[in-house]
Design a protein around this ligand. Sequence first.
Ligand code: GAL
Length: 665
Amino acid sequence: MARLAFGGDYNPEQWPESVWHEDVRLMREAGVTTVSVGIFSWALLEPAPGAYEFGWLDRVIDLLHENGIDVDLGTPTVAPPKWFYDQRPDALPVTADGARLGFGSRGAICHSNQAYRDASTRITEQLARRYGKHPAVVMWHVHNEYGVPVSACYCDGCAAHFRRWLAATYETVEAVNEVWGTAFWGQRYASLDEIDPPRTTPTVGNPAQQLDYKRFADATMRENFVRERDVLHRLAPGIPVTTNFMTALSQCDSVDYWAWGREVDVVTNDHYLITDGRRTHVNLAMAADLTRSVAGGDPWLLLEHSTSGVNWQARNPAKAPGQMARNSLGHVARGSEGAMFFQWRQSRRGAEKFHSSMVPHAGTDSRVWREVCELGSAIGQLGGIEGTRTVADVAMLWDWQSWWAQNLEWRPTEDHDARERADSFYEALYDRHLTVDFAHPEADLSAYPLVVVPALYLATEAASLNLREYVENGGTLVVSYFSGIVDEHDAVHPGAYPGAFRDVLGLTVEEWSPLLAGESVGLSGPDGSRVTGDVWTEFVVPRGAEPVWTYEDGLTAGRPAITRHAYGAGTAWYVSTRLGASDLDTVLASALADAGVGDRPELPRDVEVLTRAGATGRYVFVINHTPDEAKVPLADPGVDVLSGDRVSGRVCVPAGAVRVVRVEA
Ligand code: GAL
């Protein structure tokens, strides 16, 4: 994009045309550069099969263009019209229990359905032909948030498609029987034609089959994205194609974004604060870092977040004054090329009428509107940072497929939660003011002095080799329990746990012993330090690693709990129990010392300092989430981009404010 984007989802079809003129006037007042249009408009654009009504959309796009506003144009394929479902009820998805979902919401799609594929190709072709050369259209927005609300369909059409996917992946039924371990519980298949989706079963279903169905469902959605993308590339060349991701682990768990990141022209993301009592800005930072990583470190765009409260959680608090700008600029600091919202004008009707927006029900004489205008102006002033990249310090491994496998049933304890481990490791690094890149377990890690591995249950041979090489070549690794246990088919790596990481960690694990609810164990370590573990303990047998912390009580008393292994030119740490944030911090401090990574002890908790750097310069973002003024030392002098003031020595950031300094270095 030529400029930082500021704006949001614009749904003019919910309003009389007279309102559109006020909309564009207000958009200009707020500094809006870009809006996403037409995401749910199929029923209006094609009110009857093959009968198109583009006039209203022509007028909307022309009006936006006349006012200098760019369009991110949706393909409306997340919301097929009623006539389509009346013709093809088989396009409605079926749950694992066999219930067919009904019309009247959105996202009711069986992605294997050929009629859906054909109809969505046709509407996409129509839009590409009509608007592909319109100067307002700067990006295509395919579909909406693949994976939510429906992540998989279990209908007979999907069963047939799944069999084709299995044939393409494994070729023979013998191979499927082998990798799914169908010898167990007598599940052997005589032919691929016998295989169904993993529908509801009396007790636990085959885990490898369930894991493959997740892969299949994800790949099936991706086929549909790629099909629409290719139509757009062919008929409207030169316009980047995206689809809005939801990388926050709390918001979508069915999409392997590493794979999707390779298919889009530009990564875009939607992020909403989950108000469950935890620090929302840490969750935001993690989602933004993950999005940037999925984009391979390239700039990406925040396509949706909220100006204030949402309407779909149990409790939906408003954002505090200043919080919206901290959220928006937090995404920008972590690589977003702007900040966009759901949605421009708050709806009067429909399911989302109580969701905040840029123009709220209260109108323009409102705090939200004033803050929207201030933010629009700030983003305008940040022009120049486009294309710069966020500088990261350390890496965390993340793999959606390992997460899927870990979430299957009948694990050693229901208290272990892979996402909780990822959140905690992230939070510990965040509190040390370290910027985190996420990496796929098979990615090149050589740029990072420290790599943390929270509960990477599923690890391939390639990942195993990758981590060995990383440490051999001087890296520092921190691995949590329940990592490196199974291969890509959920089959336990041969020999003692953790099969994939035994060598690099210099140990084996004889047995796990998860703790009962409320139980904890003490661990004693260097210089009398004590930390506490819960949820999980294990019988660790060092085979080269040195015990650093030892279990003091429980079944594993006297055994090593946290170990350190010098391996090649590097070091690998192993943490065999669940540590809370501050105890995890104690262990990470030792690993960071091994890695030679310094942190920022002078920075207060909840003050973020991030750097974006590139051809146009170095920009230091300071985001103060605290109720006190923060004084942050600056290595080099510079200019406060928002005020124009010169800054040197340190930058003072008022409570709840954000400063961006273009430094001279
Ligand atoms: C997003 C979705 C938007 C809107 C928003 C509300 O997930 O893409 O259309 O529903 O949530 O928070």
